[in-house]
Design a protein around this ligand. Structure first.
Ligand code: ACO
Length: 188
């Protein structure tokens, strides 16, 4: 005789109530955290950036990251899964007592956007290396980055976080279209 199976019971999925958006509903329940970039997970960083950016960042770029810059390079985790990253480099500021921090990459996989993950990654850098404050023995003069001029989302993101457009460089991305880049900076 064929076995009879107990009737399945499916709990009703809870849905966002009222005016709360689905994104904020997800964000409230997600655990967003960060991880150091180590020899064991640097491959994840390469894979994420290959998906996120039209430019291939050569592996050597990640090797330059010495101990000093460790707090400025992080994986962003959504419920422990790496879904984004920030990676900065240190450059001399106007003099040898200051730094300019260059945000080389900041990105989040499409499905995980608008959940505050990029904000968390950027805030982490700003908390460790506040503009006008000290980092690795020098005063932080500014943070800056380049954004392709077609990248409206990234510009909006940075402007929301207090960065201002300081320049437009024609031909900055020789292999992309458009080739032009905005320079966005955050000063004191
Ligand atoms: N359009 C308008 N405003 C936006 C957008 C967008 N698409 N995305 C973010 N913002 C603004 C909003 O004000 C948002 O707040 P809200 O969601 O409450 O409205 C705020 O920024 C914070 O957004 P987050 O959720 O923290 O940002 P997210 O995790 O979605 O990441 C990012 C933003 C990094 C720009 C993402 O869209 C991305 O990864 N894009 C592809 C990679 C990229 O372009 N990176 C930047 C290139 S420059 C560089 O790397 C140096």
């Amino acid at each position: 005789m064929a076995p009879t199976w107990p009737a399945m019971e499916y709990a009703e999925r809870s849905k966002p109530q009222g005016s709360a958006s689905v994104r904020s509903h997800i964000a409230e329940r997600a655990n967003i955290s960060m991880a150091d970039i180590t020899p064991n997970n640097v491959g994840q960083l390469h894979m994420l950036n290959a998906k996120l950016f039209p430019i291939v960042y050569v592996k050597e770029l990640y090797k330059v990251q010495g101990e000093d810059v460790k707090p400025l390079c992080k994986l962003g985790l959504f419920n422990d899964i790496p879904v984004g990253d920030i990676c900065c480099t240190l450059e001399d500021g106007p003099d040898e007592t200051t730094w300019k921090i260059y945000i080389m990459t900041l990105g989040v996989l499409p499905s995980y956007r608008r959940l505050g993950i990029a904000t968390a990654l950027l805030n982490h850098v700003l908390e460790n290396a506040p503009v006008g404050g000290m980092f690795a023995g020098r005063r932080v003069h500014a943070l800056y980055l380049h954004v392709q001029t077609s990248n409206v989302a990234a510009r909006a993101f940075y402007e929301k976080n207090g960065f201002v457009v300081s320049d437009k460089i024609e031909g900055y991305y020789s292999q992309l279209e458009p080739q032009s880049a905005w320079v966005l900076e955050k000063h004191t």
